[in-house]
Ligand binder design. Structure first.
Ligand code: BGC
Length: 444
């Protein structure tokens, strides 16, 4: 059997990613908590509840698990509604709690990456119309200034907004996120305001911390036409691709947001990123479908023979990560790239070891083209509250029973630990954790 190893550059960041509302528990003062209380919003009526009880202190044991597993970085988010529970009130204790957590990362030798907005808004902001009006921009900037000032001793790597495209499209088109309003014009307006908020945050961060590196995280979906020879499939692929992916990238490179659902001039956004943050899960196939007028006459799906996750929510399409990195490198030739999220839902862990292995392998290929990939954050460290899918999907390297708070290690945690400690992937790991793909990985 051929032996091989795929190593990464020294200093590569290996970590996991989490988000406040999904892990902290009792985040009662934001619009997601309110949404969870409404009937029919979350699968099986699940609620975030205590989540992973990080606010109760269980972050310590989870950070220990990450550090013992060789991770040298962690991406977490802070909860705006805790830090600013009312428009005129800052909660210094909440900020102190985050400082303690971030010190906890430092004490474990881990680099912190902090996301300032990950899908949740304080209730008071939602009451003011959330991101639908430009009034949010100075409010977000104020929150960012307060937070960065308080946390900058421990953080230089900032992510302003997580997946603005998913926030806008899920809340205003797919309707599985709050506020659940069906209005594509509003979705475009929300994205434009998020761009303005991002740009203001980017400048504020640099003003307060000149050495900071700031960016955002894009949920990027590479797409292929179902029948590449059929012009309508190609057209639909292009329409969907651009509607879903391109609002932020177009605006950050040109100052004009251009998507099929709306355009806006946002000159202040041009050039406001120090790295490109890529959240990659799966690649879509797109087909023209007359029955889908609400989806611009296109349907996205995974092919019949795809390697699917438990519920079919993700497909294991590692070639899509390579395609995404290639796009990122070409679209932002001078920016470092960080894979800010990548993972798959799988409760019994039968697919995750090969998903991790194949994605790390594709990332290694990209590194070997000298594309500047600097880090990888697996989603996620421990099972957590999966938004409208509640607890039905399990993304953790560690399994969690939300009732008892008991954690149990999945085999993937051991595999990922070996990768982090080796700073690479070896054929022995493939033999040990996912022999079923050995021939595919090492043909001949
Ligand atoms: C989000 C995470 C989420 C993950 C898996 C990403 O789109 O940023 O919050 O848990 O997908 O569904």
């Amino acid at each position: 059997m051929p032996q091989a190893s795929f190593h990464f550059p020294r200093g590569f960041l290996w970590g996991t990613a989490t988000a406040a509302h999904q892990v902290e528990g009792n985040n009662t003062n934001n619009q997601w908590w309110a949404w969870e209380q409404q009937e029919g919003r979350i699968l099986q009526g699940h609620k975030s509840g205590l989540a992973c009880d990080w606010w109760g202190g269980r972050w310590k044991e989870d950070f220990d698990r990450a550090a013992e597993g060789g991770q040298n970085a962690h991406r977490l988010s802070v909860e705006w509604s805790r830090i600013q529970p009312e428009p005129g009130r800052w909660d210094e204790d909440a900020l102190e709690r985050y400082r303690v957590m971030l010190r906890g990362l430092r004490e474990r030798g881990m680099t912190a990456m902090v996301t300032l907005h990950h899908f949740t808004d304080p209730l008071w902001l939602a009451d003011l119309g959330g991101w639908e009006t430009e009034a949010v921009v100075p409010l977000f900037e104020k929150f960012v200034r307060k937070t960065v000032e308080a946390l900058k001793e421990y953080v230089t790597l900032w992510c302003t907004i997580n997946e603005p495209n998913i926030y806008a499209l899920s809340g205003y088109a797919a309707l599985d996120f709050p506020p659940g309003k069906s209005d594509l014009n509003l979705a475009a307006r929300v994205m434009a305001n998020m761009l303005r908020g991002h740009a203001a945050a980017y400048r504020a961060i640099h003003e307060l911390q000149p050495e900071a590196r700031a960016g955002y995280a894009l949920h990027y979906r590479p797409m292929v036409a179902a029948r590449p020879w059929f012009p309508l499939d190609v057209l639909e692929r292009n329409v969907h691709y651009s509607a879903i992916n391109m609002a932020f990238p177009t605006a950050l490179t040109t100052g004009v947001m251009r998507t099929p659902i709306g355009s806006a001039r946002v000159p202040e956004a041009k050039g406001t990123q120090d790295y490109f943050g890529l959240n990659y899960y799966s690649q879509d196939t797109v087909i023209f479908d007359l029955r889908k007028p609400g989806e611009l006459f296109g349907r996205r799906f995974y092919p019949k023979d795809a390697d699917l996750s438990d519920s079919g929510f993700n497909a294991n399409t590692p070639e899509g990560l390579f395609a995404s990195l290639k796009w990122a490198e070409r679209y932002h030739p001078s920016l470092p790239i960080i894979v800010t999220e990548n993972g798959i839902e799988c409760a019994d862990d039968h697919i995750r070891p090969r998903y991790i292995t194949q994605h790390v392998h594709q990332m290694w290929r990209a590194v070997n083209f000298n594309w500047s990939v600097k880090g990888y954050f697996h989603w996620s460290l421990v099972d957590n509250f999966e938004w409208e899918r509640g607890w039905t999907q399990r993304f953790g390297l560690w399994e969690l029973d939300p009732e008892t708070q008991a954690r149990r290690k999945r085999r993937s945690a051991d595999l990922y630990a070996e990768i982090c400690m080796e700073n690479g992937l070896t054929s022995e790991m493939v033999t040990k954790y996912c022999p079923e793909i050995y021939d595919k990985m090492f043909p001949g």
